[in-house]
Design a protein around this ligand. Structure first.
Ligand SMILES: Cc1ncc(COP(=O)(O)O)c(C=O)c1O
Length: 414
């Protein structure tokens, strides 16, 4: 617990990965996403060490994705979970082995299903029985490896907007519907579709490994009672992502090893089940920071400090009250003890990055950094108010490279 757990591993004062943040802001402008590449690589290895080589580690591309990220995953031998044709194309462009791609989504268009079949993806996760029928039709006898996504009530203790299972969630199917999906396969001869496992994703920011265990136990019980319905001896049991990370300095830190110990022990109680996980946030959130420039200051008590970004580069505070820390780069050595209401530049009262403690003499022009923005910030960025989306810079060993170029006014006009 502490700011050190929120910050990227290779943070040193005003530098990240050996690159000065002021220089990066000068070169590329602000807002600017900066990702500590070594942090990502270390984190990928830490997951693999913790879960062991028997488990499949699949990165949830939705958290943050680009070709450079896919290349890091490919080099580490990770699988990737994608939910759109765009994520699939990016994974392939980054050199991910198609057999290590899992295609998710409660909505997959016919074109996306076709794209996945042509690519030869490792798994398509069927979200409901009707989708199974659509897949049979589109595949028209071609080989497709599938899993079924279950929706089981496990009482996940997280913000309702990031809870993805239970009666209020639109994802996956009940056990009864899963049986129905399997029956649909039986009704068609020569369909070429094989069934390799079950999937569940409970929600995000779950800080009690026992929640994952409860979900996994239910998924495994379902698999055990229907072994003969699966293709092959080993059934994949995918417990999704959702491992919690610290965003602010008093957030608890749950080591990845704690989840791994609980989940691998649960699977080891069975034979011929293979554990799969799909972390997104817990791989990338703390690797990234966003740089902002303070642009205006208003009021005296809890002053408003407006920065040059906001809801368009990070909608999480407005979407689900996500909390962040902020630090001044310009006044790094001054006490951060005055509460500011840090707001964005968009025409929404909800465009607030949060209440932050900053030096009292913070003024327009100061450079500020918001840590833990690696996940679901750039990935959820929009062009609201016709702002070009901002670049992502990877830094490592004193070198900076553009992982995602920023958009230009020409891009917007086009
Ligand atoms: C199916 C699925 N898998 C994995 C994830 C990744 O979750 P997280 O980023 O919290 O690890 C999500 C997130 O929504 C998801 O929907």
């Amino acid at each position: 617990m502490g700011l050190v757990d929120v910050l990227p591993m290779n943070w040193e004062g005003g530098a990240l990965g050996g690159c000065s943040l002021s220089d990066l802001a000068e070169t590329y402008g602000t807002p600017l996403y900066v990702v500590d590449e070594r942090h990502v690589v270390d984190r990928l290895a830490a997951f693999q060490r913790a879960f062991g080589s028997d488990a499949v580690t699949a990165y949830a591309a939705k958290a943050f994705f680009c070709v450079a990220m896919a290349e890091l995953l490919a080099a580490a031998g990770w699988w990737v979970d994608v939910v759109s044709g765009g994520e699939l194309a990016t994974a392939l462009a980054g050199g991910i082995d198609p057999g290590r791609i899992v295609v998710h989504g409660n909505v997959k268009t016919d074109a996306e299903i076709e794209q996945a079949i042509i690519a030869g993806v490792g798994r398509i996760v069927i979200d409901d029985p009707v989708e199974m029928s659509r897949l049979i039709e589109i595949a028209a006898g071609r080989q497709v490896r599938t899993m079924l996504r279950l929706n089981i009530e496990v009482g996940a203790d997280t913000h309702p907007k990031i809870r993805t299972t239970g009666s209020e969630a639109q994802f996956g199917m009940s056990e009864q519907q899963a049986d129905e999906a399997i029956t649909r396969l039986d009704r068609v001869a020569g369909h070429g579709i094989t069934l390799h496992g079950l999937h569940i994703h409970i929600g995000s920011q779950l800080r009690d490994p026992q929640i994952h265990r409860m979900a996994l136990d239910q998924v495994m019980a379902f698999a055990e009672t229907r072994r003969d319905r699966f293709t092959g001896k080993v059934i994949d049991v995918d417990v999704g992502g959702g491992f919690g990370v610290p965003y602010v300095d008093d957030d608890p830190v749950i080591p990845i090893e704690s989840y791994a110990a609980v989940l691998t022990a649960a699977v080891d109680e069975h034979v011929n089940l293979r554990l799969m996980i799909e972390p997104g946030r817990s791989v990338i959130a703390n690797a990234g920071v966003t740089l902002y420039r303070a642009m205006s200051r208003k009021g005296s008590e809890r002053p408003f400090l407006a920065v040059d970004g906001g809801i368009s580069d990070n909608p999480r505070p407005a979407l689900y009250d996500a909390r962040y820390e902020m630090r001044s780069i310009t006044r790094a050595d001054s006490p951060h003890d005055i509460p500011f209401r840090v707001v964005g530049r968009h025409c929404e009262t909800s465009d607030r990055l949060g209440e932050m403690l900053l030096p009292g003499d913070t003024v327009p022009g100061d450079l500020l950094v918001m840590p833990a923005t690696g996940a679901y910030a750039h990935a959820m960025a929009s062009r609201y108010n016709m702002l070009p989306r901002r670049p992502v810079i990877f830094v490592a060993d004193g070198q900076a490279r553009v992982a995602v170029p920023g958009e230009t006014l020409d891009d917007l006009v086009r």
